[in-house]
Design a protein around this ligand. Structure first.
Ligand code: IMP
Ligand code: MG
Length: 331
């Protein structure tokens, strides 16, 4: 029995295009499982597969590649949304039979959680019942997948799955949201209610030595959706929003933009033990034609794209791989 896991995590406030990295890794075909390890349907993921557009909130990307896809115990699940996604995948010609599973310990987002979150305005949540569902989980009054009759055919025992398999298990863990939204590491209270770091993946039954590569994903600039002040004055940010199409996949809200913050990025890289760093959407900043980042709370400007890339590479640990990626690239 052998258990190995690679992890994809967000290093900013979500929307770093983690899905793109997950897709690329799934295609390489070495994984037996893809595991969504945190969050609920607050996350949104738009996928173009064989010419069809799919929007998923719960079901991990492995399903598009015939890899067993699991919604882990670290997640909270909206049952109606889960069945809607299953249907849209099926209608779109994706084979879902024996492919999609829910951990029996996953907590359920109920109608009362949804109602409670529906008019939330203090933090600017996605209003998907995420916070109330995790609150009830931790107050030990929550409802779990194992308690729901219609989920029976999809239930999985993570211990048996990972530790009783006759063949080696290699899991790709897909995180939702990102470091700045992590319940413990993010900018509290402007955070989500789950664990968005590698530690969050491990809580789903992966022991420390099983973790191999950690893919940390960020953009060449920052975005954030919520009520806190985030975007400085300046029409550059309006342009970044336009060029980068920075509007929420789940709620359609405009994302607030700022320059890449290298101090925050380095912290997220260290705490996650990132081995491979992907910086997405370089083309957006190239189109803007202004190369700036934040370091020591000051904005630093570079003359060329290359200067800025070199500065970033020199600033993060020399032991990690750094990839710069464009909106349309695979990585
Ligand atoms: P909640 O997770 O819906 O409770 O929202 C808490 C905060 O996290 C809000 O600022 C949301 O906008 C943000 N958030 C939650 N999920 C995502 C996501 O997938 N992408 C970006 N921001 C998110
Ligand atoms: Mg998103």
């Amino acid at each position: 029995m052998q258990l190995r896991a690679d992890v994809v995590v967000g290093l900013q406030a979500g929307d770093e295009a983690k899905g793109k990295v997950t897709h690329h890794l799934c295609k390489q075909g070495e994984y037996t499982h893809v595991l969504r390890f945190n969050g609920g349907c607050n996350a949104g993921h738009t996928i173009y597969h064989n010419g069809n557009k799919f929007v998923t909130h719960h079901i991990p990307a492995g399903v598009f590649f015939g890899i067993k896809s699991i919604i882990g115990a670290g997640c909270v699940l909206n049952i109606d949304q889960f069945f809607r996604e299953l249907k849209s995948l099926k209608d779109g010609g994706i084979n879902i039979n024996d492919m999609v599973y829910v951990s029996k310990n996953t907590h359920i987002i109920t109608d009362s959680h949804l109602n409670e979150d529906r008019n939330e305005s203090k933090l600017g949540t996605t209003r998907r019942g995420n916070g109330p569902a995790y609150r009830d989980k931790y107050s030990r009054t929550g409802l779990r997948a194992i308690d729901v009759e219609e989920l029976r055919p999809y239930l999985i025992d993570m211990y048996e799955e990972f530790y009783s398999s006759p063949v080696p298990v290699k899991v790709l863990c897909e995180g939702a949201q990102g470091f700045e939204l992590d319940i413990d590491w993010g900018d509290y209270p402007y955070v989500t209610s789950s664990h968005c770091t590698v530690a969050g993946a491990m809580l789903n039954g992966l022991h420390p030595k099983s973790i191999g590569k950690v893919w940390g994903v960020a953009k060449m600039y920052q975005t954030y959706v919520g009520t806190k002040d985030f975007e400085p004055a300046g029409d550059e940010f309006e342009k970044i929003r336009e060029y980068g199409e920075e509007f929420g996949a789940t709620t359609g809200r405009p994302r607030k933009c700022n320059w890449l913050d290298l101090d925050k990025l380095s912290k997220a890289v260290k705490v996650n033990g990132v081995t491979d760093l992907v910086l997405n959407k370089v083309d957006v900043i190239r189109r803007l034609g202004i190369w700036k980042l934040i370091i020591n709370r000051q904005v630093l400007e570079f003359n060329t794209e290359n200067d800025m890339k070199q500065y970033i590479k020199n600033s993060v640990s020399p032991n990690i791989n750094v990839y710069f990626s464009e909106s349309k690239d695979k990585i």
